[in-house]
Ligand binder design. Structure first.
Ligand code: ADP
Length: 724
């Protein structure tokens, strides 16, 4: 009876130990010295109680279950707690003394050590805990049986016989039982923890679903909605009925990018667990939403895919703000472009203003000299003409006066043109021309100015180019070439001048070559600057104002071309002008569209011309230009005189000033056209305003020229009107 009570007592201690384990030690999951010492102390107390309440099998054979507790402690708690418990039991056992003291000590040390060794060397023992615990029990208690050798001699076999059965029936199953209990309790504890975590997660998920910041939905495998949080229903004004059991895709993924479409397909057909999509949709109330969706596949406990969890972040406001920002950005960019353009224009205007300022300064310092010299000659020789002088001298003086006037006119013309080119935007008037004809007519037009008998002149071009046509501004090109030609004549006292052209892909290159004075290396960098005159021109007393080449350069730039030259003071100079153009071959059958520069100087000799001009000086100027070339130049001081004159005589051309007193040019033109509908009237005006040109053309003028008038322009106008 005493034995059974002690047995129950020992079992109760072991059980309470196992309960303590659950409620206290497994919570002390964290292993540190303090926890180990606490654990060791508790085990020591348990082992002490066990040792003080042994169960006596007989008066001499006393049992306790310390071997079970110590080995299980070694297995579960490792070195420090078990070592403490082992020390406590050793102290108690040594104090008890008696025959069995050595065996008792040996059992304490061996069972604790085997438990600890098991702990360190069989780390995964819990995977097959039943077998492991059985083996541990067998090992510990086999060693215990072996420990009987430490009993006083003669008693070993006796004791062994007595304890053999309890060892097998009580100790080994006891170890197994206590170990299993602890393992189960640990398992239960973990399960309880997992459950708590699950409930916590579920609660958090519930809160997430209720969130007022995000949209939360759950979908079944077919992508149909079976839950949608309140926030979603409220914000997008959809009722539960409108949402539940409806397809998520058809409501919310109305507009998605192609890339997101592809992503979605891959998501559906692969093992991919989650995706992000950005989608726009419009509600029945015509409200637009932009949502960032996070879709995750869900799985049941058997790991079968059973639906989806969808979280949506509303980015409508951000999207709208970004859109607005983008629009503003675009507006700013456009504005920036406008400012940039304005800035360019201002810079150009500033450069032009500076250039024009520079020009003005240069002009003032040059003008007095350049104007005074021919003026002095004109006044001086006119004065001499008034005196009684022989006829021969008279002719010589008038020649000087004529040349000086021509020079003066040229100077004024050049000054007006360069300041116009450098200060205003000049429009291009592109037409089709034949380069060969252009060169020939240039020669004709300049013939009367050139009187250098010692100079031989030649037009040079490839015969294959005889009939080519180019598209460019004829007047500007003519001015460029005539300036170069004039220089060639001026700077070539004797020798040869060649003028010609050749083509390069989509370009035509004109050249003017002379064997004249050439240009010194010193002068080369400056000859295109306004008012710059080379040293030789001064020392050879060649008249000029230094504007010819700057005009050429400006005009070439207007035609988007390039100009360059090669010059050697011993050999002469070649000037090249390369301009981009469309090059075609003239179709002989159909050449009406091309302006023929075929007007011969001799043709002009048959023309009767009437000049209607209130300023007598202007009349004199035009008359001086035309008189040497045409049959007759007539003069009308105002509109009514002009009408009278036209009634009695027929004119090939009427040059009509627009601004006149009594009857202005517009009125006069209208009247004249009524009397002679075929009469060809060329309007001449000091204004460049488009309205005047419009008005003049509407009134019946056939051509419009702004002052100052150049002979080349006049001839060009005659030519075009004849062909019309
Ligand atoms: P200008 O002839 O009135 O002096 P340009 O601007 O036409 O003014 O020419 C500038 C300078 O370039 C001239 O003064 C002259 O020194 C030099 N130059 C131009 N063309 C030739 C040429 N064909 N041969 C030699 N020198 C030239």
């Amino acid at each position: 009876m005493q034995f059974i009570i002690s047995l129950i007592q020992n079992t109760a201690i072991l059980l309470s130990f196992s309960m303590l384990y659950e409620y206290y030690w497994i919570k002390l999951n964290q292993r540190n010295l303090k926890n180990d010492i606490i654990t060791g102390t508790v085990i020591s107390i348990a082992v002490s109680i066990i040792m003080f309440t042994p169960f006596k099998f007989s008066e001499t054979i006393v049992f306790d279950v310390r071997s079970i507790l110590l080995s299980i402690s070694g297995l579960f708690f490792g070195f420090i707690p078990t070592f403490l418990a082992m020390l406590t039991s050793l102290v108690i056992r040594l104090n008890m003394g008696g025959d069995g003291v050595y065996m008792g000590v040996a059992v304490i040390i061996s069972s604790a050590s085997i438990g600890m060794l098991w702990h360190y060397y069989r780390k995964n023992w819990e995977e097959q805990y039943f077998i492991e615990l059985l083996l541990l029990g067998i090992t510990v208690h086999a060693v215990m049986a072996f420990c009987t050798i430490f009993l006083p001699s003669g008693k070993e076999m006796d004791v062994l016989k007595n304890i053999a059965l309890p060892l097998i029936l009580i100790y080994i199953p006891g170890t197994l039982l206590l170990g299993t209990l602890l393992v189960r309790q640990h398992g239960n504890y973990l399960n309880r923890k997992a459950k708590e975590k699950l409930i916590e997660t579920e609660y958090m998920f519930h809160q997430l679903m209720k969130s007022k910041n995000i949209y939360a939905l759950t979908l079944n495998k077919q992508f149909n909605i079976y839950f949608a949080n309140e926030h979603l229903q409220k914000s997008i004004h959809l009722t539960k009925e409108e949402l539940l059991n409806n397809n998520f895709e058809s409501i919310f993924l109305q507009k998605i990018s192609d890339e997101d479409k592809r992503k979605k397909e891959v998501f559906f057909n692969s093992a991919l667990i989650s995706i992000e999509l950005k989608a726009a949709f419009t509600t029945l109330q015509n409200k637009h939403y932009y949502i960032h969706w996070f879709i995750t596949k869900t799985f049941n406990f058997q790991n079968e895919h059973n639906g989806y969890i969808v979280i949506g972040v509303d980015e409508t406001e951000r999207y709208e703000a970004e859109k607005k920002l983008n629009e503003t950005h675009q507006e700013l960019l456009a504005q920036y472009e406008v400012y940039k353009e304005l800035n360019i224009q201002l810079t150009e205007a500033k450069q032009k203003a500076e250039e024009s300022d520079r020009l003005k300064t240069m002009l003032l310092s040059n003008l007095s000299h350049e104007v005074r010299t021919p003026m002095n000659a004109i006044i001086g020789f006119s004065e001499l003409l008034r005196k009684d002088i022989p006829n021969e001298k008279r002719k010589e003086f008038s020649e000087i006066i004529f040349k000086s006037s021509q020079q003066l006119l040229q100077t004024i013309d050049d000054i007006v043109l360069i300041s116009k080119l450098q200060s205003q935007k000049t429009k291009l008037q592109v037409s089709k021309i034949k380069p060969v004809e252009l060169l020939k007519s240039l020669l004709i037009l300049n013939q009367h100015k050139i009187q250098q008998p010692k100079v031989e002149f030649k037009i040079v071009f490839d015969q294959a180019h005889e009939n080519i046509i180019i598209e460019t501004d004829e007047l500007k090109l003519t001015k460029i070439l005539s300036n170069l030609l004039k220089n060639a004549y001026n700077y070539t006292p004797s020798g040869k001048i060649e003028m010609g052209f050749y083509t390069e892909e989509k370009h035509i290159v004109f050249f003017v070559k002379d064997t004249g004075l050439g240009i010194s290396d010193e002068d080369k960098p400056y000859i295109f600057e306004s008012f710059y005159r080379g040293k030789l021109s001064k020392s050879f007393a060649i008249r000029g104002i230094g504007l010819g080449l700057s005009i050429v350069k400006e005009l070439t730039q207007l035609l988007k071309g390039e100009i360059w030259f090669e010059s050697d003071p011993e050999k002469g100079s070649v000037f090249y002008v390369k301009i981009p153009t469309v090059i075609a071959i003239q179709d002989n059958k159909n050449n009406d569209s091309i302006q023929k520069s075929s007007l011969k100087l001799d043709d002009l000799k048959n023309f009767n011309i009437l000049i209607v001009e209130d300023e007598f000086l202007n009349y004199q100027f035009i008359e001086a230009l035309l008189n040497p070339l045409v049959k007759q130049v007539d003069y009308a001081q105002n509109g009514s005189i002009a009408i009278e004159k036209c009634k009695h005589q027929s004119y090939d051309f009427v040059l009509m000033d627009i601004r006149m007193p009594i009857m202005n040019g517009i009125e006069t033109t209208k009247h004249l056209k009524q009397i002679h509908p075929d009469i060809k009237i060329i309007a001449l005006t000091a204004y460049n305003g488009e309205t005047t040109k419009e008005e003049a053309l509407q009134a019946g003028c056939s051509f419009f020229l702004s002052k100052p008038i150049y002979l080349d322009q006049l001839i060009n106008a005659f030519q075009q009107l004849i062909q019309a």
